[in-house]
Design a protein around this ligand. Structure first.
Ligand code: AMP
Ligand code: ZN
Ligand code: FE
Ligand code: FE
Length: 278
C-alpha cells in the first residue's frame, strides 16, 4: 500500500512532515509522497524521517491551475527542491498566494469579520497560509457556525469572499515540471466540474501536454468513480495513481494510507510512475 497525496504544516495540513511520514509508516504504507501546496519546504524533514523508518518518500507538491468551471490541481512527483523551472513557478505562486491572502483579509474585514494576519499566522503555525486556515479562524471568531460553513457561505469558488489566485495554466505547469525532471498527475479529476464528455476531452488534451497520470484511487471517491477514472486513465495511456489527500484535523475523515477507510493504492503504481520519468 502507498499514499501519493498528503499535506503537512508546511501548507494546510495540521501535522508536521515528520509526523505524516510516521502516520504513513504506521498505516502500513511502503511509500508515501508529501505533496504540500506550492512548495517543497517539508521535503527535507520528511526524507530524513523516512530514512529512519525505512519507508520510501517521494518529493512532491500540489499546484492549483487556472481553470473553469471547477478547480484544477496538478500533483508533481520526483520534484527536487532547488532551482529550476518548477521552483520558479512555485516561487511565483507563493507570492501570489500572499497577495491573495492580503486581499482576502481586506474583503473579510469589509464584511465586518475581524480576521487578521496575526490570527492566520498563528493558525498556520509557520507554514504557508491557505483557505483552510481562514476557515478555522472564521470559526474560532464565531463568524461562521462550522469550519465547512466558512467555505459554504464565504470562501468557496463563487462565494462572496472568493478571491482567485491561480495564474498558471496546466500546460505551462506540466512543462515546467518536466523540465525539472518531475512528473505531473491530475489530482482528484472530478473537481474539474466537467461532464463525462468534457472530462474526456480535457484529459486527452492534458495527456497531449505531457501529463503522465490521473489520480483515480482518491480518498473521497466511491468505488464506481474510482473504476470509471481508471478506465479513463487507461484510454489515454495515463498511470492510475492515488492517495488520501490527508490534511490532519482540517479533514479529519481522511486518514493517511486508507482515506475514509476503504482506500488501498497498490505498490505497483509507484513503479509505473517511475517508468515515466524523463
Ligand atoms: P487555497 O490553496 O488556499 O486556495 O486553499 C485550497 C484548499 O482549501 C483545498 O486544498 C481544500 O482543502 C480547501 N477547500 C477548497 N474549497 C473547499 C470547499 N468548498 N470546502 C472545503 N474545503 C475546501
Ligand atoms: Zn490543502
Ligand atoms: Fe487538491
Ligand atoms: Fe491536496
Amino acid at each position: 500500500m502507498i499514499d501519493l497525496h498528503t499535506h503537512s504544516t508546511c501548507s494546510d495540513g495540521s501535522e508536521p512532515p515528520m509526523r505524516v511520514v510516521d502516520l504513513a509508516h504506521a498505516a502500513g504504507c511502503t511509500a508515501m509522497a508529501l505533496t504540500d501546496h506550492d512548495g517543497l519546504s517539508g521535503i527535507a524533514e520528511a526524507r530524513a524521517r523516512a530514512e529512519e523508518t525505512g519507508i520510501e518518500m517521494i518529493a512532491g507538491c500540489e499546484v492549483s491551475c487556472r481553470f473553469e468551471p471547477g478547480t484544477q490541481h496538478i500533483l508533481c512527483y520526483f520534484a527536487e527542491p532547488g532551482d529550476g523551472p518548477l521552483e520558479d513557478q512555485l516561487a511565483r505562486l507563493r507570492s501570489e498566494r500572499e497577495e491573495r491572502n492580503r486581499r482576502l483579509v481586506l474583503r473579510l474585514n469589509e464584511l465586518g469579520i475581524p480576521v487578521s494576519h496575526e490570527l492566520l499566522e498563528e493558525e498556520a503555525g509557520g507554514g504557508a497560509v491557505g483557505r483552510p486556515h481562514f476557515a478555522a479562524v472564521l470559526f474560532h471568531l464565531g463568524a461562521v457556525s462550522s469550519y465547512q460553513g466558512a467555505f459554504d457561505t464565504l470562501l468557496a469558488k463563487g462565494g462572496p469572499a472568493y478571491i482567485p489566485k491561480a495564474s498558471v495554466d496546466a500546460p505551462t505547469l506540466i512543462a515546467a515540471a518536466r523540465a525539472s525532471g518531475a512528473l505531473a498527475v491530475l489530482a482528484h479529476p472530478l473537481s474539474l466540474g466537467l461532464d463525462p464528455r468534457a472530462l474526456e476531452r480535457e484529459v486527452r488534451d492534458l495527456a497531449g501536454s505531457g501529463l503522465v497520470g490521473l489520480e483515480c484511487w482518491y480518498g473521497r471517491y466511491s468505488p464506481s468513480q474510482r473504476r470509471d477514472l481508471a478506465a479513463l486513465a487507461a484510454r489515454h495511456g495515463l498511470v492510475a495513481t492515488g492517495g488520501s489527500d490527508f490534511h490532519g484535523s482540517y479533514k479529519p475523515e481522511l486518514r493517511v494510507g486508507i482515506g475514509q477507510g476503504d482506500l488501498e493504492v497498490p505498490d505497483s503504481v509507484l513503479s509505473e510512475l517511475e517508468e515515466r520519468r524523463p
